[in-house]
Design a protein around this ligand. Structure first.
Ligand code: NAD
Length: 298
């Protein structure tokens, strides 16, 4: 079992840290939120008062933070961990951030002799709770193998996409595709509903037909079609619109830089941005269903 520091205990990081503690790892936890800390403390993690306190003497540091600037500040800021970590420790950043930021943080840590991989995840809050996440890693093979000791207790798949930063590229490709599937599924369900179909029946039909996809299987966006998903809980919990909007922005930046054509990704980026601007940024991303309600005919 490893000694692990876990930084960032939100919707994803909280259950991931809990799974590590339940698996028998010694977990030092830190978050800016006292409530988040109290929850992981209840399952045996040790609550720490700063990132520096959390990383003292651990083998592995795992972070699960919202965006580039949070990750850069935790590792490279004035109080950043780059100043205290040693060459015995491995950093695994599971946040979804730009590949540029992952490469920059990785380089700065590596210059100080500290091993780093980016390991963004897929599988959502359900996967984080169930310990079935997919980790999409960027880093050397040796460092990804070292990380498996802890990743295997939080997920069921560990992929290596390439060198540091490659995990982030693979992750935004996946999330861009997910947003297209979510918008398409929402549109189809709204079209059916507007023409008198029961969305439950229509979902079953599409699940057994060529429109089948992940959102219909486990994350139906229409309220009351499926139990235990955000759409049946007023779109609370899950993966926030603002985080999806951030990922779609990252996908567009990456597409511009590489010359890749991503017209569907550009469209979903605009839809999610607009939905957030209307005050829905903190709802689950399946709430885009409500952005697509039909025009009432007079
Ligand atoms: P969240 O907002 O629920 O949690 C982020 C946590 O980080 C919060 O508890 C916040 O207090 C903490 N935090 C912020 N700055 C900090 C700092 N300087 N030090 C310590 N803690 C700090 O977000 P989330 O849904 O858990 O997502 C985290 C990351 O995982 C994001 O990059 C997101 O894109 C990615 N992700 C989320 C999902 C999902 O379904 N929610 C799925 C896959 C990937």
């Amino acid at each position: 079992m490893a000694n692990v520091a876990f930084i960032g205990l939100g919707n994803m990081g909280g259950p991931m840290a809990m799974n590590l503690a339940k698996a028998g790892h010694n977990v030092n936890a830190f978050d800016l939120s006292k409530d988040a800390l109290a929850q992981v403390e209840a399952v045996g993690a040790r609550a720490c008062s700063s990132p520096r306190e959390a990383v003292e003497g651990v083998d592995v540091v795992v972070s699960m933070l919202p965006a580039d600037h949070h990750v850069e500040s935790v590792y490279l800021g004035d109080e950043g961990l780059v100043h205290v970590l040693t060459d015995k420790q491995l950093v695994i950043d599971c946040s979804t951030i730009s590949s540029e930021a992952a490469i920059y943080v990785g380089e700065q840590l590596q210059q100080a002799g500290i091993a780093f991989i980016d390991a963004p995840v897929s599988g959502g809050v359900g996967g984080a709770k169930a310990g079935t996440l997919t980790f999409i890693c960027g880093g050397t093979e040796a460092n990804v193998d070292r990380a498996r000791t802890v990743l295997n207790d939080m997920g069921k798949n560990v992929f290596r996409a390439g060198d540091v930063g490659a995990g982030q590229i693979a992750k935004i490709c996946n999330n861009m595709l997910l947003s297209v599937l979510m918008v398409g599924t929402s549109e189809a369900l709204q079209l059916g509903k507007a023409n008198g179909l029961d969305p439950k029946v229509l979902s079953e039909i599409m699940l057994q037909s060529s429109g089948r996809n992940w959102t219909l299987e486990v994350y139906n966006p229409c309220p009351d079609v499926m139990d235990g998903v955000p759409s049946s809980n007023d779109y609370q919990g899950g993966f926030m619109v603002d985080l999806m909007s951030k990922d779609l922005g990252l996908a567009q930046q990456t597409a511009l830089k590489s010359g890749a054509a991503t017209p569907m990704g550009a469209l979903t980026r605009n839809l999610y941005h607009g939905w957030s601007q209307q005050g829905h940024g903190r709802q689950d991303f399946s709430s885009i269903f409500n952005y697509l309600t039909p025009i009432t005919k007079k």
